[in-house]
Design a protein. Structure first.
Length: 313
């Protein structure tokens, strides 16, 4: 039976921000443990939060998600927190967030993999065949273009993030013509709330000049593998995701559902390590550092019933 959880979303960015959980100044580092994979290969999508948008935005200038991490995560594990983990600009999929270990090429012309530690990431799939020319990494940043995940190109920026509240956002920048067709650059930023630090992650080029967003997006928490850490331990940590904000306005969802892919399911299966719950202003994903058992194991899929109300209600 699906587990239904009721969550109330208020319109207006200020209404969402006032509900962000307050973090204690002495927040501890996440405890990590090895987990028996039970034959499930990395990466593990422990929890996918799927936001079904209430409307389509025809001309996207900015789009992003605010999220809160409740404790520090060591760089001895591979944790990917993706506030925007699979959605479309026109027909091109993009995603990104923060990782405890970013990796990639030091420059578009130096195709060797380096592992500088924690950082932020912005990637895209699909569209026309893409090359590293579609990436503009920042100074000291990384990039990559490959075909192992479809037509894939990415920029990454080392940044030692900690417990706190952040906004991951992309912003439309310049448009240029290539062989007579318009192509547009979107730059990615990670904004640290509190200190209001803004980190430019890099920019990617998309085919087109005007970009629509159908309102549907995904946020996820993942354990992945790297050459540096091929078998990662799992940290115990909680993340609160808020709904997307497009062109400065919160996009209220018409529905929210949770998916925990298990062995044999579509997606990236995981041992049962995650649970999601509704909280004021968003969805909280709890990642546990041991395999859940018995009644603690959530169903593969469940819905969040979303009663909408305006700020004035």
């Amino acid at each position: 039976m699906n587990k239904l959880v009721r969550v109330v979303f208020l319109s207006g960015l200020s209404a969402f921000l006032q509900f962000i959980p307050t973090l204690a100044a002495d927040e501890k580092q996440a405890e990590t443990k090895p987990v028996d994979a039970g034959g499930v290969r990395l990466p593990w999508h422990t929890t996918d939060v799927r936001w079904r948008g209430s409307r389509t935005i025809d001309d996207v200038e900015t789009i992003g998600v605010t999220f809160t991490v409740d404790r520090d995560v060591p760089d001895t594990v591979n944790l990917y927190i993706s506030p925007m983990g699979g959605q479309y600009l026109n027909k091109i999929v993009f995603y990104g967030g923060i990782q405890s270990n970013v990796n990639g090429w030091p420059s578009p012309t130096e195709e060797r993999r380096v592992h500088p530690g924690p950082g932020a990431i912005f990637s895209r799939w699909g569209g026309e065949p893409v090359s590293i020319d579609a990436a503009r990494p920042e100074k000291g940043g990384l990039c990559e273009s490959a075909g192992y995940e479809g037509e894939f190109v990415s920029v990454r920026q080392p940044y030692r993030w900690k417990a706190g509240t952040y906004t991951w956002e992309i912003r439309k920048e310049s448009t240029e013509e290539i062989e007579g067709e318009p192509h547009t650059w979107f730059a990615c930023y990670l904004i640290e709330h509190g200190g209001e630090q803004e980190i430019r992650v890099g920019a990617l080029r998309f085919e087109g000049e005007t970009f629509s967003f159908n309102g549907h997006s995904t946020s996820f928490v993942e354990i992945y593998a790297t050459a540096k850490i091929p078998r990662s331990e799992v940290p115990e940590v909680s993340v609160v995701f808020q709904p997307p904000v497009v062109n400065g306005e919160p996009l209220l969802p018409s529905a929210v559902s949770i998916y925990h892919p298990r062995q044999g399911d579509k997606g990236s299966p995981s041992p049962p390590l995650g649970r999601a719950e509704a909280v004021d202003g968003g969805v909280k994903v709890n990642l546990y550092n041991e395999v859940l058992q018995g009644e603690d194991v959530p169903p593969n899929r469940y819905s969040l019933e979303v009663p909408l109300r305006s700020k004035q209600d």
